[in-house]
Each structure stands twice: as structure tokens, then as C-alpha cells.
Write a protein that binds this ligand. Structure first.
Ligand SMILES: [Zn+2]
Length: 257
């Protein structure tokens, strides 16, 4: 293998890595979008549940109001009965006893009316809160619908972009020596198999050597290694991060990367 061809192979490998890093970014976005959609849905559901709980509170207060009103009606009926009895009693004692019963009913009415007043205030407050929550749900739903639609479109665009890039990648692949690309694929596969490796895969299999520095680990390349790498006679690896090095040629007339 001539020097130029190894240098070209390194350049092609680097290009392949660039393509794959773009594909990885798209892949990640494609995975994120359904999560984002689910989050939007969860937000709306939460607000709906909050609204339902408030509705239940309102219903509870209304139930209390109905009970107190029924109590007042019963008291009124009872009061009417006592008053009728007062018309037919013959003794003062019996009359006074009925009078006390009526007074007792009046006290009970006063208590019930106090409670009713409080319930009415609660009802007004809860109703206002409920109206606010309902408006919030409507607004959130609209926003979630719009955002979801946008995310779905983004998903479609990304899928099309990914398919296009995969096709281009497939066409590009034969330019690289089979040995080189097999080595690259084995490495990528091994990285992707582990969570921490996925981050490593993003950083890459092949590292550019620019101005005497490894672009992957940011460490200076040892002068001897750099000299060796610039000959493009054999594969040279970074002594710090162990990545395959593709270094800047010694003269600027050769294209890089
Ligand atoms: Zn390095």
C-alpha cells in the first residue's frame, strides 16, 4: 500500500466517522421525540386530573349546601307545626314549652345559615379556581396539540434525512478498504453495546492530529509518533487515548482532513 493510499484511507475513514456521527445525532433526536410527545401528554393529563379534583370539591360543597337547605326547610315545617299547636293549646305552660321549641329551631336556623354563608363563600372561590383551571387545560391542550404536530413533522423530516444519509453511506462504504472498515465497524459495535461506550463512539474511532495535538484527548502527540504518523506508512495510534491517528500532513499541499 503506497503512502498516499493509506493517507486517503485515513481520510475516508474520518469521513465515514463524520457521517456516522451525524447519523448518531439524528438517531438520538428520533429517540427523544416520542419521549417529548409523551411528556406533553402527561402534562395535559396532570392538569385534567387537577381540574377533576377541583370539580369534585365544588360538588362536595354543593352537597353540603343542599343538606343545609333541606335542614332549613325541615325546621320551617316543624316551626309551622309548633305554631299550629300553639293555637290549640289550653295551658300557658304548654304554650311556653312550644315557644321554647320554636326558639330552639330559630337558633338551629341561625347556625345553619352561618354554615351556608361559609359554604357559599367556599363555592364562589372554588368555582373561580375551577374556571381558571379549565381555561388552563384548554390552553395547554391547544399548545400540546400544536407542539405534538410539530414534533411529528420533525420526526418525519428526520426519518427522511436518516434514510437519505444511510443510502449515501452505503454508496460511500466501498471506497474504504474492507479490512479498515471491518475494523471500524467492529469497534463501533463494541462501543455501542455499552452505555458509556456510546459516548466513546461519539468521540470517535479515528482522531485528527492537528498542530501536534490529538483532537480526541487534547494531548500533545509525542514527536516520534507524530513523525511516524506523518509518513502514512502504517497505522499509528495516539499513545494517550489509543485512537487511530490521522495527522495533518507536514506540507500544506496535501488536502486535510
Ligand atoms: Zn488521543
Amino acid at each position: 500500500m503506497s503512502n498516499e493510499s493509506l493517507r486517503q484511507q485515513l481520510a475516508l475513514l474520518y469521513q465515514l466517522q463524520q457521517r456516522d456521527s451525524e447519523l448518531l445525532a439524528i438517531h438520538q433526536k428520533l429517540q427523544d421525540i416520542p419521549r417529548q410527545i409523551a411528556q406533553l401528554e402527561a402534562g395535559v393529563t396532570e392538569s385534567e386530573e387537577e381540574t377533576a379534583a377541583k370539580s369534585a370539591e365544588v360538588a362536595e360543597v354543593e352537597k353540603g349546601q343542599r343538606a343545609k337547605n333541606a335542614e332549613l326547610e325541615m325546621n320551617a315545617e316543624q316551626r309551622e307545626k309548633y305554631k299550629n299547636e300553639q293555637r290549640s293549646v289550653t295551658s300557658n305552660e304548654a304554650y311556653t314549652a312550644l315557644e321554647r321549641q320554636i326558639e330552639f329551631l330559630d337558633e338551629k336556623d341561625a347556625d345553619a345559615e352561618d354554615v351556608l354563608l361559609n359554604l357559599m363563600e367556599d363555592h364562589d372561590r372554588l368555582k373561580a379556581e375551577l374556571t381558571e383551571l379549565q381555561a388552563k387545560v384548554t390552553q395547554e391542550k391547544e399548545k400540546a396539540d400544536t407542539d405534538t404536530e410539530q414534533l411529528r413533522q420533525e420526526l418525519q423530516t428526520l426519518e427522511a434525512e436518516r434514510d437519505e444519509k444511510m443510502k449515501a453511506r452505503k454508496a460511500f462504504l466501498p471506497k474504504i478498504d474492507k479490512v479498515r472498515r471491518d475494523e471500524y465497524h467492529r469497534w463501533m459495535k463494541a462501543q455501542m453495546a455499552s452505555e458509556s461506550g456510546a459516548a466513546r463512539a461519539k468521540a470517535g474511532f479515528i482522531a485528527l492530529g492537528k498542530k501536534g495535538t490529538c483532537s480526541s484527548c487534547r494531548m500533545a502527540i509525542q514527536p516520534q509518533t507524530l513523525k511516524e504518523a506523518q509518513k502514512y506508512e502504517k497505522l499509528v495510534y495516539c499513545s494517550s487515548c489509543k485512537r487511530l491517528l490521522y495527522v495533518e500532513p507536514p506540507t500544506p499541499d496535501i488536502p486535510f482532513p
